[in-house]
Design a protein around this ligand. Sequence first.
Ligand code: ADP
Ligand code: MG
Length: 239
Amino acid sequence: MASIELNKICKSFGHVEVLKDIDLSLEKGEFIVFVGPSGCGKSTLLRLIAGLEDISGGDLMIDGERVNNVLPAKRGISMVFQSYALYPHMTVYENMAFGLEQAKLDKSEADKRIREAAEMLQITPYLERKPRQLSGGQRQRVAIGRAITRQPRIFLFDEPLSNLDAALRVDTRIEIAALHKRMAGVTMIYVTHDQVEAMTLADRIVVLNAGRVEQVGTPMELYMKPASRFVAEFIGSPR
Ligand code: ADP
Ligand code: MG
């Protein structure tokens, strides 16, 4: 059974159709990267999967269940945003605890999860700080840590590295790859417009162009057999 299945997914904002007949089947535990130019619909597709936007047409299935009308909190999904989306008035610990309180998780279990995630991401020394007292890289680790504590079956990343400087981007990318290995069976979808990130992280890449899927394949398949000039230029295939 597929982890996530998109059947003829469409999305319009008013009269503007931004996603057109998206068909995709993602396996459990896969690391999928959505790439494509700015404005092609990557974030919108991610937000539809997370339940943060309504679907205009088609069916979205998670673990075989149709979830078109299932609330975001009930989908078993954690999402990490480019902007971190931390609460500025809360400490790191409180930021990580907030979603768990909402989910009525037992306090000691929540504490255990927070401390484990903090250790994994090396943010234990910052648990009592406010987000503004952290660097961009540390803030993004907190956002990733918060996502981990929810023990999702699906992890979504929307350009998580774009606000970081070059060296931190490499470090954090390596950490995300390690996280995927560690969280066996968790499906990850990672949005980027950076070819290097896509080629190094992905089990399979989905190339989007103007709201449609151009090609789906492993990094090597796309590199060696691009289906169009668009894919070739995007991936940097030899000509
Ligand atoms: P990407 O993440 O690939 O850069 P987006 O998914 O953010 O692209 O946007 C795809 C298209 O949908 C763009 O043309 C954008 O302007 C439009 N769009 C996104 N969100 C909205 C919205 N809430 N209302 C109207 N148009 C939107
Ligand atoms: Mg985007």
